[in-house]
Structures are given as C-alpha cells and as structure tokens.
Design a binder for this molecule. Structure first.
Ligand code: BG6
Length: 496
C-alpha cells in the first residue's frame, strides 16, 4: 500500500533514511538552554520518526544534582514547549526509558569515573555496544577540561565507536582555536571530532549543493562571466536575548561570520566535489576558502564595516540600545552588525565580490543568498522601463525557497518591461515543514557522517582570514558606527 509520503509527487522516490547503530548520547550542559530548546526536542523528533535505534539512550550531565526522574520531567516540559509536535505518550514512554542523569564536576575526576561506570552499565542493559556520542553544550571554557577528563578516564575510546560533538564558538581567535584544537586532538582523533555549525543542518543550506550540482542549467552560469556579485545576508530582528556576557566577548564577526556565513559562502563558491564523501566535500570548501584574498590591517575599511545598535523600534515595539542590555558595558565597542567584502582569487571568481553581512535588531529576520547576474549586454527594451539585472535569491529562512527574478513584458499594446519572480517554496512544493537543523546533525553524527561538520583546517583558514579585522577593530577608535535598532545597519554600510 502506498504511504502518505507518496501522495505528493515531489516527495516520491526520496531516499530511505538510515538508522544509526544503537548508542548513548551523553550531553554535557544538560541543564542549559540548548539542551532543552534544541537537543532533546530534536532527538525526540527523531524518535517520533523511528530514526533512533532500539536501546538508544540519553545521559544528561551537568554540575547540578538532579535525579533521573527530575531530569526526565524537565525534558518532558522542554519537549512540550519546544518540539513542533509536543510529546506523545507512546513515543515519550519509550524515549524516557533510556533517559538518565548523572552529575559531573570538572574538578572531580571521580565523577567522570562514575559516568564511565554508568555508560558501561547502560551498554549491558540496553545493548548499546560501546557506542558513545558526547555532546559538549557547555560554556566554551569547559571544552578543553571536559575533553581532557574524558581522556583521563578512558572515555575517548571504547569497544564500539566514540565521537564528540563540540558546539561553537570553537576558539575566539586563531591562537585560541589552535590551542583548543590541539587539546581536543590530544585526546580524540580528527575523525572522532564533530565541530557543529547548525547552519549546515538547515535544509535550505544543504540545498545549495543540490541546486548547483543536481541541475544542468545553473553551473554553466556560476562564474565571473555571468555573475556580477553575490550577497550573503543573515539579518535578525532579535537582539542579544540575555546573552550579554557571551556576546560582549564575541560580536557579529565571531558569532555569525566566522562560522555560519563562511560555511554558506563555501557552499556557494566551491568547485564541484568529485563525490559526496565527507572529505571530498570538505576539501573543496577549504580550497575556495584558501583562495580568498587576505585583507591587511591597513585596508580594513575597504573590506569590513561594523556597527552597534542604538535604541530604536522593531515592528513598532521600542527596543533598548545594545549598551543598555544586561551584562553589556555602557561604553561597549562590540559590534552587533558586520559586513565584509571578500574577493576570491581563482579562475571562477576573479573580480566577483562576495558581500557577507549579518546584524542584530534589523527590521526583520531574513537569511538569504542573492546571486546577482550581469546585465544583458545590449538593452533592446531600455525605453520600456528600468530593466533590472537578473538575480537568483536562495531564501535560507524564513519563507524557505528560491526566487529567480527576470524581466517580462507588461501585458498591453506597448512594450513595457517589469521585473517578475519565478518562485519555488518549500512549504507548497513539499507540503511539510523542514526538520530542525539539529535533528539532521545529531543523526549524521550518530551515523558517523561528518560531511556537515567543520573540519579543523577550515576553522584554521577562517580565523586566519579574520585576524586582521579583529586586530584592527581591537584598536581604540574615536568613532564607532551606530545604527538605529530596527534599521538595516550603519550608514557606512550603504557606502561600502
Ligand atoms: C547562533 C548565534 O549561532 O546563531 C546567535 O550565536 C544567532 O547569535 C543564531 O542568533 C542564529 O541562528 P538561526 O538558526 O536563528 O539563524
């Protein structure tokens, strides 16, 4: 009998999902925000789709003392609050049966030994075969100590597979990234380390490769002969949402550009990989990142613009200035808006600028890649209206989809030209909501597929590129560009 999945012709023939081997996911930082908002709801959603193996277990761990029951009850509330579907009694019962809590203290080696004993016990009881996936969702200062403690008690190896997912930020500059990487690689091998970038779990980001390499019509145009420039934008209407402490140390360059936007850039600009093997794809990303022209501290103003939001309003609601946010210094110089211009010195992209920009407290949330093509060489219809160059907009979120903008004749006796849109929308074409990015990434890590995770060398290149900007912006300045909350960024950005 045909299932509902085949009622929509566009979903016909989709690849059947694989289920990982039985395993235990150990979440460090289990009392934190990410665990309740994303990690546990995503694992629960995988359970609801029958994508988790039998015997699957979650062990939450943090400093807080908590019973298994208390942890389960907190996670049930989290699922009710943050999962799209809410908790279903049948799925929940099975899911909760494998959910345990263990308090660990980074200063107490004994607590890591008892964690190890617990994992061995679960292995025997639930048949998880020594397969362990550690998830570090703690403050970044704990990444190295936790990794080292895992090594010290022998939790970096098992008779099954052992992997570790590390959240961003992975370092705050080149030096700290290298130091952290070294400490992690002292304990785990590179192929055990999954540095997560949740943008790569987004369906629309994965679709960049499908659009480029599964269609014959785009790739021939995807180069300097036909493309004038590319804009990659991640605008957020939100501010810093009680994360002042973290954001003061980060700023947009570290928070969004170094990771999410660079990853999107690499997918848009890289050469076709020879296969979909994780390293084939990641090698191509590195190559194009390495082709980005280095920026020197002296010429920063031509290549990077920053800004910080003042008080303003979003959708008619008054919003305070960044400097008035909690845990933010009243004379903070941290940027909440960044735009950078990248030039890629290779045959495909010579002289085609890529503009990457991201900001908080913009008028609306929109993440997109806008590929702007060159003008038609001879404008036959220039008297018929302002002809726009064609553009292809990949809408990452919200309103996921793709729009091609082109000129068309306005119906009527005269030749009047207007720009119109040819639109693809995920919602209407596939009739179902895209899964959460974390679902896909957790599943891939359990399956041992690292394609959508950042390799150490990519971080190395991205930090290297940004160091001159960080250095220049670290210097005291008389004037830090500001923008009104709810606007599209500082004036300097328009000029740029
Ligand atoms: C996170 C940043 O990595 O990404 C946040 O730390 C940002 O500051 C968030 O808001 C944006 O993610 P998304 O999926 O909402 O675009």
């Amino acid at each position: 009998m045909e299932t509902a999945a085949f009622e929509n012709p566009l979903r016909e023939g989709l690849r059947l999902e694989r289920t990982p081997e039985s395993c235990i996911v150990v979440i460090f930082g289990a009392s934190g925000d990410l665990t309740k908002r994303k990690l546990v709801p995503s694992l629960y959603s995988l359970a609801g789709q029958n994508l988790l193996p039998s015997g699957f277990s979650i062990v939450g761990t943090a400093r807080t003392a908590m019973t298994h029951e208390e942890f389960r009850s907190r996670m049930k509330d989290a699922i009710n609050q943050f999962s799209d579907a809410g908790s279903d009694p049948d799925i929940w019962e099975n899911f909760a049966a494998g959910m345990l809590y263990h308090p660990t203290n980074i200063k107490d080696r004994e607590s890591f030994k008892t964690l190890r004993d617990l994992l061995c016990q679960i292995n025997q009881q639930r048949g998880t075969s020594g397969n362990w996936l550690f998830y570090l969702s703690t403050p970044p200062a704990l990444y190295a100590p936790i990794t080292q403690m895992l090594g010290a008690v022998g939790l970096n190896r098992s008779h099954g597979w052992t992997r570790i997912i590390i959240e961003k930020p992975f370092g705050r500059d080149l030096e700290s990234m290298r130091a952290l990487n070294k400490k992690v690689l002292d304990v785990f091998a590179e192929d055990q380390v999954y540095r997560i970038d949740h943008y790569l779990g987004k369906e629309t980001v994965q679709n960049i490769m499908v659009l480029r390499f599964s269609n014959g019509i785009f790739e021939p145009l995807w180069n300097r002969r036909y493309i004038d420039h590319v804009q990659i934008t991640a605008a957020e209407s939100l501010g810093i949402e009680n994360r002042g402490g973290y954001y003061e140390q980060a700023g947009t360059l570290r928070d969004m550009i170094q990771n999410h936007l660079f990853q999107v850039f690499a997918l848009v600009a890289m050469e076709p990989p020879a296969s979909l093997r994780p390293n084939a794809v990641r090698d191509e990303k590195i190559k194009v990142m390495e082709a980005i022209r280095p920026i020197s501290v002296e010429e920063i103003d031509q290549f990077a613009v920053r800004g910080q939001y003042r008080a303003g309003s979003v959708n008619g609601n008054p919003m305070k200035a960044y400097r008035q946010e909690e845990d933010v210094s009243p004379d903070s110089r941290t940027e909440t808006y960044t735009a950078v211009k990248l030039l890629v010195d290779n045959w495909r992209w010579a002289d085609v600028p890529f503009y990457l920009r991201s900001g908080k407290r913009m008028p609306k949330r929109v993440t997109e890649v806008a590929v702007q093509f060159r003008r038609a060489p001879h404008l036959l219809f220039k008297d018929g209206g302002a002809s726009q160059p064609n553009s292809l907009i990949l809408r990452i979120q919200p309103d996921e989809g793709i729009t091609l903008k082109f000129d068309a004749k306005l119906p009527g006796p005269t030749v009047n030209v207007r720009t119109v849109n040819m639109d693809f929308r995920y919602g209407t074409s596939f009739g179902k909501k895209s899964p959460q990015a974390y679902e896909r990434l957790l599943l891939d890590a359990m399956l041992g597929d690292s394609t959508l995770f950042a390799r150490g060398d990519l971080l190395e290149v991205s930090w290297q590129l940004l160091m001159p900007i960080l250095e220049a912006w670290h210097k005291p300045v008389d004037h830090l560009p500001h923008y009104e909350g709810g606007s599209w960024g500082p004036r300097e950005s328009d000029e740029f």
